[in-house]
Design a protein around this ligand. Structure first.
Ligand code: PHE
Length: 345
């Protein structure tokens, strides 16, 4: 009876086993090959009487799918076995070299400035980038009508005003002077590195975002000579022993007297060149003795204490150190520019 033999074959197919590809292929040929079981049974199927055709047809289909599924699962089992027998990774091999980025030149210079001042007792202080009028201007003796308070120079936060105190992006790190004085009595000896914002048209020499490092030293008997000597020490550490400094009288609302400091040109050593516009000098920072009004506004007795402050632009110093001609390059993150500093990593 065809029915019984199909059932036997179904049982046989279910029990098929194979441990090699050849054995699987042989089983496939036995069942599905040209002269195999399936074709044989289909030939016999033609002689099956009509009333049994449906039942036998279903059985034949069952046999065919059983065989196919069995063969597929045997193939899969062998593939898995082969995979697990592959030689394992050689764990003693040196690892692939991961290419690291480099430290941004502004970070390198900022860290160097911090390092130089920390050697003479300065610690790092910080303050918020989104500030208020008090810490950026009023506490630093800016008169109400000072032009820095103008929209042309300063980014204000819309609707940020609280109790007459505008909210704005700090235009200088001098705000950290005020934040430090209000929290602590002298002796104070801090440097404050950070990002500042000014409403300026972007060009090779100006940007709306840049970085400063502020310095503040307040104690009993601090003099202008201390300021000058501290800055001379900094400049020699930063630009080399042969570097000279020059102080020119200047004006800042929060220092009195105030000065701007030049260093002898790092390119021509003072001979005169394009970089120093043939003057032999390069301006690098603003400084001065803390105005007594600022000490008083921030709760420090100006009859007991005096101090000095200075502020420098990190981009400016990095430009001189690395001969960068366009300020915008610091912010564009062009790999060709950044790659040149990889040796500083
Ligand atoms: N805040 C000044 C500026 O941004 C720099 C400065 C700091 C000057 C401290 C004097 C004292 O230009």
């Amino acid at each position: 009876m065809i029915k019984d033999s199909i059932k036997e074959y179904i049982e046989k197919a279910k029990k098929l086993s194979a441990s090699t590809k050849e054995e699987i292929e042989n089983a496939r040929i036995e069942f599905l090959g040209k002269k195999g079981v399936m074709n044989e049974l289909f030939a016999q199927f033609k002689t099956v009487p009509n009333e049994e055709r449906k039942e036998i047809g279903i059985l034949l289909n069952e046999l065919k799918t059983t065989v196919q599924e069995k063969i597929d699962s045997l193939k899969e089992a062998i593939a898995e076995k082969q995979e697990s027998m592959k030689p394992k990774e050689d764990l003693t091999k040196p690892s692939n070299i991961v290419s690291l980025g480099s430290i941004h030149p502004l970070t390198t210079v900022r860290n160097e400035i911090i390092d130089i001042f920390s050697r003479i007792g300065y610690t790092v202080a910080e303050g918020p980038e989104i500030e208020d009028d008090w810490h950026v201007f009023s506490a630093l003796n800016f008169p109400p009508e000072h032009p820095a308070r103008d929209m042309q120079d300063t980014f204000f936060v819309e609707n940020g005003r609280q109790d007459g105190n505008d909210v704005l992006l700090r235009t200088h790190t001098s705000s950290v002077q005020a934040r430090t004085m209000e929290k602590k009595q002298p002796p104070i000896r801090i440097i404050a590195p950070g990002r500042v914002f000014r409403n300026e048209a972007i060009s090779a020499r100006a940007h709306c975002i840049f970085h400063q490092v502020e310095g503040l030293y307040i104690d009993k008997g601090v003099s202008f000579a201390d300021l000058k000597q501290s800055l001379l020490y900094f400049v020699k550490e930063m630009f080399g022993e042969q570097t000279q400094i020059r102080l020119r009288p200047s004006y800042f609302p929060f220092t009195e007297p105030s000065a701007e400091m030049d260093i002898s040109c790092t390119i021509c050593q003072g001979e005169g060149c394009n970089i120093c516009k043939h003057t032999g000098w390069l301006e690098i920072l603003g400084c001065g003795m803390v105005d007594p009004n600022v000490l008083e506004a921030n709760g420090i007795d100006s009859k007991v204490y005096s101090g000095f402050a200075f502020g420098m632009g990190v981009e400016r110093i990095a430009m001189l150190k690395y001969d960068v001609k366009d300020l915008r390059q610091y912010f564009e993150n062009d790999i060709r520019f950044l790659n040149q500093f990889s040796s500083t990593f």
